[in-house]
Design a protein around this ligand. Structure first.
Ligand SMILES: NC(=O)c1ccc[n+]([C@@H]2O[C@H](COP(=O)([O-])OP(=O)(O)OC[C@H]3O[C@@H](n4cnc5c(N)ncnc54)[C@H](OP(=O)(O)O)[C@@H]3O)[C@@H](O)[C@H]2O)c1
Length: 274
């Protein structure tokens, strides 16, 4: 399959109001001249991004204000993406976490986590794959997972589960796709400097985090060059190989102690909230 060419094509980026999604939207517009459909809950941030990109990057931008934990919003987003303009690529990036003991995660918040990180992604991916298969159009879909989906992170147990689900789902689904012009990419970053990691519970872990510009650049590279599973950062990739050689219990135990220490600096009882 030839590499994707985003020039003047429509690309959906969910979770574009901050962090990785915001940065990928910027790079797709300025460096690749893509037209964008940007989605998230915060209308003010999306409208500001639209104004900036239309004025300075000279691309077209469509805003979809949607709460992806609400299925009616997910259906509206799908309809708006598939009607009106030809969708070329999608970056399914919106996601949330809970950092703290699993016992502190209220059932409602857990359900919102699963709706946002898993159910919306499965629904959108399924509909986009059908669309590309039926139309025969060229395109690419990238699902943003996490290294926490490869090596589960204690104190982000539910989050790790959602990201692991995405890796399993997308790796399996990719083999069901018959189109020769549609690629499915699974992007699994380690920690990144974004709003998600801006809370004081992450203070002790800041040294591990990758600058968001680098993560975004590698994400777009992975989508564009139709990588299948992609971990950004040479150190992360090396770590991934190395950790795979060791017993999972040992690795996850080390992660548990590291994350617990960071949490305890904020709340000695380990009761920090997300
Ligand atoms: N930061 C990390 O260390 C890290 C590491 C690996 C993977 N990731 C993944 O990277 C992705 C982006 O995260 P980030 O680090 O950039 O975090 P972030 O800065 O908090 O951005 C999350 C984005 O998702 C959107 N979002 C959250 N809940 C939503 C909902 N219910 N409906 C619609 N949009 C929603 C947010 O927009 P609104 O609040 O405006 O809705 C925001 O634009 C996530 O999938 C995350 O799991 C992050």
């Amino acid at each position: 399959m030839r590499a994707l060419d985003f020039n003047k094509k429509w690309v959906l980026v969910t979770g574009a109001s901050s962090g990785l999604g915001y940065e990928m939207a910027q790079q797709l517009a300025y460096q690749y001249h893509a037209n964008l459909i940007i989605a998230a809950r915060r209308a003010d941030k999306l409208n500001q991004l639209k104004a900036d990109l239309e004025r300075d990057a000279h691309v077209q931008v469509k805003v979809i204000v949607a709460d992806l934990s609400v299925s009616a919003d997910v259906e509206r987003l799908i309809a708006e993406c598939l009607n009106g303009q030809e969708l070329y690529a999608a970056v399914l990036n919106a996601g949330i976490t809970h950092f703290g003991p699993h016992a502190d995660l209220a059932q409602d918040d857990f359900e919102r986590l699963v709706q946002t990180n898993v159910i919306s992604v499965v629904r959108i991916t399924g509909e986009l794959v059908k669309h590309f298969e039926t139309s025969g159009a060229e395109g690419g879909i990238m699902i943003v997972s996490s290294m926490a989906g490869i090596f589960p992170v204690p104190y982000q147990a539910a989050y790790s589960g959602t990201k692991s689900f995405l890796i399993g789902f997308a790796n399996a689904l990719a083999h069901e796709i018959k189109s020769r012009t549609l690629s499915l990419t699974i992007f699994a970053p380690g920690g990144i400097v974004t709003e998600m990691t801006a809370t004081e519970q992450f203070n002790d872990l800041q040294g591990w985090l990758m600058p968001v510009k680098q993560a975004a650049k590698e994400g777009i590279y992975a989508l564009k060059s139709r990588k299948f599973n992609y971990v950004p950062g040479a150190l992360n990739r090396l770590g991934n190989i190395f950790m795979n050689l060791l017993p999972k219990k040992l690795i996850v135990g080390i992660l548990a102690r590291t994350y617990q220490r960071s949490l305890e600096k904020v709340s000695p009882a380990g009761k920090a909230k997300s």
